[in-house]
Ligand binder design. Structure first.
Ligand code: FMN
Length: 182
């Protein structure tokens, strides 16, 4: 079994994937595992929406509408939501809490999304977390039926990985710039 260290180094996003999507049951299994991230007070302030088939059009349409696109430009933009057979919308679903402010709850949801990309990669699925400047727009909120307090974190586009296995890439982290001592 690969170490967490190796898994983090070996993960990479895949912009192109095949039409084979993880099944609903597999998504349930992976989301359950992703939900094991650190979570202040165990609020589980997040949810995941599976978007397959023609439902993907709702994502593209809402983003295009939010950008004020019409006709050919809108169609071109909508086609982008068909780049993978399954889109997993990750949503921050904040719970009322005096102790845990919103930003901490968003940090938990973000952790779940990162864990999901890692788990999908381990299962041989390509995954790419995508957003756009209209991710938190009203048309997108309506299309995803978000509650008034919920916020989108974007979509993990996923399907069977088709990239050739590649060498582990050189780390982009110049660690000395990211770690300091107080
Ligand atoms: C919150 C978030 C939003 C992102 N949105 C986009 C996006 O809209 N388009 C895009 O090309 N990459 C986006 N990315 C970056 C890709 O998911 C990916 O990390 C990047 O292409 C680098 O590839 P790597 O993950 O293999 O290092 C986003 C990443 C995060 C964490």
């Amino acid at each position: 079994m690969a170490s967490v260290y190796d898994a983090l180094h070996e993960r990479r996003s895949s912009s192109k994937v095949s039409d084979e999507a993880p099944s609903h049951d597999e998504i349930l299994e992976l989301v359950e595992a992703a939900g094991q991230v650190a979570d202040h007070s165990g609020l589980t302030p997040w949810r995941v929406i599976e978007i397959r088939g023609e439902s993907r059009r709702l994502v593209g349409e809402s983003l295009a509408a939010a950008s004020g696109l019409h006709g050919h430009d809108a169609e071109k933009s909508i086609r982008k939501s068909f780049r993978a057979p399954l889109l997993l919308a990750v949503v921050v679903s904040p719970r009322p809490s005096v102790k845990v402010p919103y930003w901490e709850q968003e940090a938990v949801a973000s952790g779940v999304a990162h864990a999901l990309t890692l788990l999908l990669h381990e299962r041989g699925y390509g995954a790419m977390w995508r957003t756009g400047i209209q991710t938190r727009s009203e048309p997108v909120r309506i299309a995803h039926r978000l509650g008034s307090d919920e916020q989108m974190l974007g979509w993990i586009y996923t399907g069977r990985r088709v990239d050739r296995p590649r060498e582990r890439r050189r780390s982009r982290i110049d660690v000395a710039r990211h770690v300091s001592t107080l």
